[in-house]
Design a binder for this molecule. Structure first.
Ligand code: 5GP
Ligand code: MN
Length: 335
């Protein structure tokens, strides 16, 4: 993989470009994809953003989401555009299997593949150019760097600012995590100087749900949360019935894993949701518990040190049982 800077001199020649990201794109995935799109269009490129799946309502307000293609919904059209692409940008993921049903198609493409991502253990040989930096708060911060470092700071307009800010807020837990380093605040100061209305972004991300989602959270915290004081851990296991009963849609469960963190002394929160195709795990920790390693070792997943995800093909009861067993094995890490 050649360094990302090597692509800067090539940006001036118009190309057919596809930008893609991980399945069920969150604020950082969608924000970085759209910010890059708005930037590349200004340079004269023909750009399509293709999401592997659908996305949540709380990213749907971002400028440009109307033009984003959903691969699962529009497979043939998306494949025709992918076949024509000269460049493929891969944002906010670093290994193709995170794009779900798009994986095989991406592997087959012979165009130039460019990685911009901040997760651990990238699949470097799959990319021609790129940057993989786990010290970055978000892929959105990396898109900001990409625009500035390529000498195009003046191209950062209102749309780009809104998309970048949304991803930074999303991935830093509203500037709370240690990933919100000084440079992140400098970036925000720059966006504010350019007229960013940050309140609008917070409303779009956090005040954009329906009543059922709040009722669902109440139900889950009352009936589905277990506090395992012995391990300073909390577990939430959500059966499929709850999802159906409360009409839960894509993105409605986002943020749920953070609630138990507000209980004094809790160092690890695990959330498992019984989805149609798999049991989906989320892990969040405070301090010295490595969620990435834990998710990789036991739940076919990964992510960051304090936030990771995983999955299981077992039943919800079985996977919860397994979680409790491996929690016991790792008890010393949580004391
Ligand atoms: P979430 O719990 O929100 O699904 O994921 C938490 C973090 O871990 C996110 O940054 C997400 O991108 C990452 N993540 C989730 N699942 C996986 C996975 O299977 N593999 C890797 N490498 N990262 C994951
Ligand atoms: Mn991210």
């Amino acid at each position: 993989m050649q360094p990302i800077q090597d692509i800067f001199p090539l940006l001036n020649q118009p190309r057919r470009i596809v930008i893609t990201t991980h399945q069920k794109p969150d604020a950082d995935a969608m924000g970085s994809s759209l910010a890059l799109r708005h930037f590349l269009v200004q340079l004269g490129h023909t750009v399509t953003v293709i999401s592997p799946t659908n996305w949540a309502g709380w990213v749907d307000w971002m400028p440009g989401t109307r033009e984003v293609m959903d691969y699962e919904r529009d497979r043939q059209k998306a494949e025709a555009i992918l076949d024509q692409a000269e460049w493929l940008f891969c944002l906010d993921f670093n290994i193709f299997h995170r794009t779900k049903s798009l994986t095989e198609k991406l592997k087959q493409l012979t165009c130039t593949k460019i990685l911009i991502d901040h997760h651990q253990e990238p699949d470097i040989p799959s990319f021609n150019y790129g940057i993989s930096d786990t010290s970055k708060s978000s892929t959105c911060e990396m898109i900001y760097d990409f625009i500035v470092d390529s000498g195009n700071r003046d191209k950062i307009n209102e749309e780009i600012g809104e998309c970048i800010y949304a991803g930074v807020v999303g991935d830093t837990g509203s500037f709370r995590f240690s990933s919100a380093h000084a440079g992140v605040h400098t970036l925000v100061a720059d966006l504010k100087t350019r007229g960013l209305n940050h309140g609008k972004i917070h409303e779009g991300l956090f005040d954009n749900f329906l009543e059922n989602r709040l009722r669902f959270i109440g139900h889950v915290l009352l009936h589905r949360m277990e506090i395992l004081y012995e391990y300073n851990a909390a577990l939430i296991a959500i059966p499929k019935n709850d999802i159906l009963k409360f009409h839960i849609r894509t993105g409605d469960t986002e943020g749920l894993v953070n609630f138990p963190q507000s209980i004094q002394g809790i160092k690890l929160v695990a959330l498992v949701i019984d989805r149609d195709e798999e049991r989906k795990w989320s892990f969040r920790s405070k301090g010295q518990f490595d969620c990435n390693t834990f998710a990789r070792n036991y739940f076919e997943g990964g992510g960051h040190y304090n936030a990771a995800g995983g999955r299981s093909s077992e039943s919800i009861e079985k996977t919860v049982e397994r979680f409790k067993a491996v929690l016991k094995e790792n008890a010393t890490l949580l004391q």
